[in-house]
Design a protein. Sequence first.
Length: 227
Amino acid sequence: MTTTYVLVHGAWHGPWAWDRIVPLLHAAGARTVTPDLGAPGDHGLHDDARTVAAALDAVPEGDHVVLVGHSYAGLVVREAADVRPDTVDHLVLVDGWAGPDGAGLLDLAPDSFGAAMRKAAAASPDGRTIPAPPPAAFGVTGAADTAWLAPRLVPQPLRTFTEATRLSGAVDAIPGTAVHCRPVTYPFDRFGAALGYRLRALDAPHDVMLTDPEALARVLLEAPGPA
């Protein structure tokens, strides 16, 4: 059986975030799909979840589907899986935000983070999008990686952070893995543990798919197997 990894990027990023992971998964015989959440104009969490659900609908029938969400996309993939529970075989959160029905990212984040995001959006030209922070905010500090990442980052609609997750509970029947990077920035390990996901720690920065693709690829390839 072929495994298809649906790889969903986080805030301020694009499908290119997985460029260093995709060849490693293909070399192992897997397929990959990288939906783009960077639609122009204002959009929210629910719009992004519909984009991922559509990507799931396009996966060949019979494939073993591993749905992966990085950072903000932890919320997105859980909402998408909740409406496609018979399609997704395993969920992987990579330093991913996650919570119960009704929790949005700013409900899970510290108040200081929410205040900073709202202030940044208010100061933006349209008053609704958050300018991209520098690469160092994602733990990317090497000169080459910084030069590669900085021009690719895009503004993020504030509404993706303020909309509350809609979950029926169907997603809770899907097994999951929560990858958390160390040193810890936000309690991604606790989010995963609260969901009953098995935990995998990586000594890498938040944008681990860029800085340590081989290490993350190994965890992704092991994810569908037994705990």
